[in-house]
Ligand binder design. Structure first.
Ligand code: BES
Ligand code: MN
Ligand code: ZN
Length: 523
């Protein structure tokens, strides 16, 4: 088929400009034009709630904070108190009460935070406001008893809670732009500074990751992933970008990733984004993400049901880029390199087969048992390259690697695998702080037995056994024992089928907040 269309193209190029042919990826169809998502509300800070804005009041219990009481007259306060009592609203975390017809405010939404809310609880309250008020026609003011830093935390939650991916809806689904949201606090300048310094860059990173993963695979493939990420980093200081195309990877001996991508007309890529902040150490921390832009399984083809979700099999790559964007935009004093191992896993006459043996960049050989165990292959070559070319002080992998981890941990935790207890502890701590939690899973050395090949150094699947651990073992087999290394299996976390305050339904951007926190926490 490809040869035929190339021949046709060659004939046509006598009459038509060859440039047109060169720009077309075989079999890409007619992708929808890239339009934008519904407008997000601009987020600002002020000492007072603007006239006419709908109020969102964050409260720890059944009483209103003084800042909210000050905005209501006596009859307004009475009306709210009566409604609170009648509804049994007690301000516990996650509860809401929506009121209309009180005073001059178009709407009053009470949002419970529980007593002494943490940073994450404040963010969740902000996200709750964003989602409950997404169709509110008026501007919004968020009021509570928070200082500047806390107002920024609420603003962060609002920013990632209002995310939506509706850019391809053309028939009457767009949410109209409905005005700004104002976070009210006694120190708006401090709030704005905290927001600009950390919250906004982090929200930008989460948005980048979600957008990349939500995009269908006819829009985001290795080369267009690279182009989108380049765009996101344009003008951000301290950043350098390296991209390897297929010819470069072949030359470097990356038989693993070349093998995975060889059934696709869309060329594989490896993208490395380095960011070094002022005063950061010479050796970077490497974040290596699985970037399978579509995982059909290849010749070991997946069943049809839910295969569309495999457009998100590049979520690890998307999240390492999101974390890098956050760190760079906030000028964090860290040194990181984010690596996206990008390929499309497709069945084709040119695909690799079960039984094939390839040589990885490390020189170790792999027998393919199942072409659907492709993520571990691209990670192995990416880890090898970054270890050689960037001499990192540690490597953290993030990948939608196995269905097995979904069975074990569902959508509560990412699986963490590491031979290094100190690094594992730091990842666990960063998970708790960021709110993107991980659970450590075993990596027993005896698992090696199950992955032995009769004819090569290792096989890429054992068929049965502890799947997530065996996948992790495979990746670890290619990482030098002296290199601190951790692997995160996020197959249960990268997509959500229901909305929570910080994570609207769809691709979650999981890992951006975790890796951002890990880098800042000094590891
Ligand atoms: N991308 C999949 C893993 C996955 C499954 C992600 C479900 C998200 C949801 C991965 O490439 C894969 O196919 N893994 C196989 C490995 C097996 C063939 C050894 C799996 O988990 O079944
Ligand atoms: Mn697969
Ligand atoms: Zn996969």
């Amino acid at each position: 088929m490809r040869t035929k269309s190339l021949l046709l193209a060659a004939c046509f190029s006598l009459a038509f400009a060859p440039a047109t042919v060169a720009q077309t990826v075989a079999g890409s169809g007619i992708a929808p034009a890239t339009v934008s998502n519904s407008a997000e509300r601009a987020i600002g800070f002020a000492a007072n709630a603007p006239e006419g804005a709908a109020l969102a009041i964050l409260t720890a219990d059944s009483s209103l904070p003084a800042q909210a009481n000050a905005l209501l007259d006596a009859s307004g306060r009475e009306a709210v108190a009566a409604a609170v009592k009648a509804a049994g609203f007690d301000g516990s975390a996650g509860t809401t009460l929506s009121l209309r017809g009180i005073g001059t405010r178009p709407r009053i939404l009470l949002v419970g935070t529980g007593a002494s809310p943490t940073v994450n609880a404040l963010a969740e309250a902000g996200g709750k406001v964003a989602q409950e008020m997404k169709s509110e026609a008026h501007p919004i003011a968020i009021v509570g008893s928070f200082d500047g830093a806390q107002a920024a935390d609420v603003g962060f939650g609002f920013a990632i809670g209002q995310y939506r991916f509706d850019r391809y809806k053309t028939v009457g689904h767009k949410i109209p732009a409905t005005g700004a949201v104002t976070l009210v606090s006694a120190d708006p300048a401090a709030a704005q500074a905290a927001f600009d310094g950390r919250s906004k860059p982090l929200a930008d990173g989460v948005r980048l990751s979600r957008d990349l993963a939500n995009e269908p695979a006819n829009v985001i493939y290795p080369d267009s992933f690279v182009a989108r990420v380049r765009e996101a980093f344009a003008g951000v200081p301290g950043v350098s970008i390296e991209v390897l195309d297929e010819a470069a990877m072949r030359k470097l001996g990356m038989g693993n990733i070349v093998g995975v991508g060889q059934g696709s007309p869309r060329g594989s890529r490896m993208m490395l984004v380095r960011y070094r902040g002022a005063g950061a150490p010479a050796a970077p921390l490497a974040f290596v993400g699985k970037g399978i832009t579509f995982d059909s399984g290849g010749i070991s083809i997946k069943p049809g049901a839910n295969m569309e979700n495999m457009k998100g099999d590049m979520s690890g790559a998307a999240s390492v880029m999101g974390a890098a964007l956050s760190l760079a935009k906030s000028r964090a004093p860290v040194h990181i390199v984010a690596v996206a191992a990008l390929a499309e896993n497709m069945p084709d006459g040119n695909s690799q087969r079960p039984g094939d043996v390839v040589r990885s960049m490390s020189g170790k050989t792999v027998e393919m048992i199942n072409t659907d165990a492709e993520g571990r292959l691209v990670l192995a070559d990416a880890n090898e390259y970054v270890a050689k070319a960037y001499a990192p002080r540690a490597i953290v992998n993030i990948a939608t690697l196995t269905g097995s981890i979904v069975g074990a941990l569902s959508d509560q935790y990412a699986g963490l695998f590491s031979r290094d207890d100190a690094l594992a502890d730091r990842v666990i701590a960063a998970g708790k702080t960021s709110g993107e939690e991980v659970w450590r899973m075993p990596l027993h050395k005896n698992y090696a037995e199950r992955m032995k090949s009769d004819i090569a150094d290792i096989r890429n699947s054992s068929g049965d056994g502890p799947g997530a651990s065996l996948g992790a073992h495979f990746v670890g087999f290619f990482v030098d024992e002296s290199m601190p290394w951790a692997h995160l299996d996020i197959a249960g976390m990268n997509r959500s089928s229901k909305s929570t305050p910080l994570v609207p339904k769809g691709m979650t951007g999981f890992g951006v907040r975790l890796l951002d926190e890990l880098a800042r926490s000094g590891e």
